[in-house]
Design a protein around this ligand. Sequence first.
Ligand code: CA
Length: 222
Amino acid sequence: MSRILIVEDEPRVAAFLEKGLQANGFCTQTVRDGIDATSLALEGDFDLVILDLGLPGQDGLTVLEALRGQGLQIPIIILTARDDINDKVAGFERGADDYVTKPFRFEELLVRVRARLRRCGTLNAPPEMVLRLNDILLDLRTRRARVGDRSIELSAREFTLAETLMRHPGRVMSREQLLDRVWGYDYDPRSNIVDVYIGYLRKKFGSEAIETVRGMGYRMRS
Ligand code: CA
């Protein structure tokens, strides 16, 4: 499911976008402040950003510049009441992929969101069947794992945890992110269950396979 970050300070517009995008199968998160938007977009695992320009804290163009400056490459669609050509030029120059002016028709925005995601392969891409990293292989159809030519038994949770880490090779995943994705939102964030399961995976994959990044989380060694 594609994840979309909505950066919008008008509650009515934000609610309209959330409702429409969710009804079309997208997962959304909304932030109303420009400064929070920058950190969230960089930390979160989003596929696309819808960005308003007039924002409290930090203007949308500044947000955009910061995100591209930090190397964020996902599509960013500006959605704003500013319809001046100079604003559009400024938006594209700072790295926006598309520019939609308010008032807007939801259908049009949706078409543009889908087009952007399709272009970068996040939408309708054939699902991967196998994940490989170093000598570890996860077969997503059979839910079986191998290390080199050894077959490894993984529980359902262990498999999902391994899959989550292997989908982001080299990237640090925090305990909260792993709890969220593997155990669901309801799990107590103080629980040490992530650490326990990382221990299980290290026993099976080799202790070197997963790196602890102190104070931040875990990552697969790539
Ligand atoms: Ca605004």
